[in-house]
Design a protein around this ligand. Structure first.
Ligand code: PEP
Length: 249
């Protein structure tokens, strides 16, 4: 099933707020089916274990926003993919533009993270997207191709991968890609992953960037948009539920 929805809480929410929000989502997701309404919540690390317990027996799963390749080591402040997986977490984000932009994460490291995560039975949402100057210079497709080829060219388990197209200029700005811009990028991404040997029709390609209840339906109607990665609007239960309704009716 290609449809997938994800919530990236980033560095937001105090413990009580996180618990409260998750309770509300668990309650609502009781009305959804496991196989058709797959939804991933990416809370801050320190809430992961409690979140895993709270979503038990629900179609929600929990993901980590980041992870370091490997098991153990002298890497102060890092948390390994193996540790994340051992806590019952099912997913991890790799390549989010905030990691690329503020933490200098480059393709070689992202490839290491992605392959190590999959080796440890974590599924990956791999995020790609162009900046505004890159779009203005007409480089969008070249950048997307580069981000895909440099990280997904070998050893990938395509059955445990989703891709998120997140134009950097749309993240947290209130300016979303138009449905046509999203469709154009998603269809291009699908063609590139097919060239890389993926069963492209079964890879979920999510749109992310200022998704809101008001714009979600039209974006989700595009044939190559299989769901969404939601930042700001996922911090409010009613908004996230409205976006889920836009995806699933
Ligand atoms: C994101 O962080 O992945 C994101 C899409 O954020 P926002 O929805 O706030 O633009």
């Amino acid at each position: 099933m290609r449809h997938l929805l994800a919530a990236n809480w980033k560095m937001h929410l105090y413990p009580g707020q996180a618990r409260d929000l998750l309770y509300k989502l668990v309650k609502h997701w009781e009305t959804y089916q496991w196989d058709t309404h797959q939804t991933i919540i990416f809370p801050p690390y320190i809430y992961l274990r409690e979140a895993v317990e709270l979503v038990r027996n629900s179609p929600l799963s929990i993901g980590a926003q980041n992870g370091y390749p490997g098991e153990f080591g002298a890497f102060t402040g890092e948390i390994s993919m193996a540790q994340i997986a051992a806590c019952g977490v099912r997913w991890v984000l790799v390549g989010h533009s905030e990691r690329r932009q503020y933490f200098g994460e480059v393709s070689a490291l992202l490839q290491e993270k992605l392959l190590d995560a999959q080796r440890r039975n974590l599924s990956v949402v791999y995020c790609i997207g162009e900046t505004l100057p890159q779009r203005q210079r007409g480089e969008t497709f070249a950048i997307l191709r580069q981000q895909l080829v440099e990280v997904l060219s070998s050893g990938v388990d395509w059955t445990n991968l989703a891709i998120a197209y997140e134009p950097v200029w749309a993240i947290g700005t209130g300016v979303n890609a138009t449905p046509a811009q999203a469709q154009e990028a998603h269809s291009f991404i699908r063609s590139v992953v097919a060239e890389l040997g993926a069963p492209a029709d079964s890879i979920p390609i999510l749109y992310g960037g200022s998704l809101k209840p008001e714009n979600a339906r039209e974006i989700f109607q595009q044939p190559d948009v299989d769901g969404g990665l939601v930042g700001g609007a996922s911090l409010d239960a009613a908004s996230f539920i409205a976006i889920a309704s836009a995806l699933w009716g």
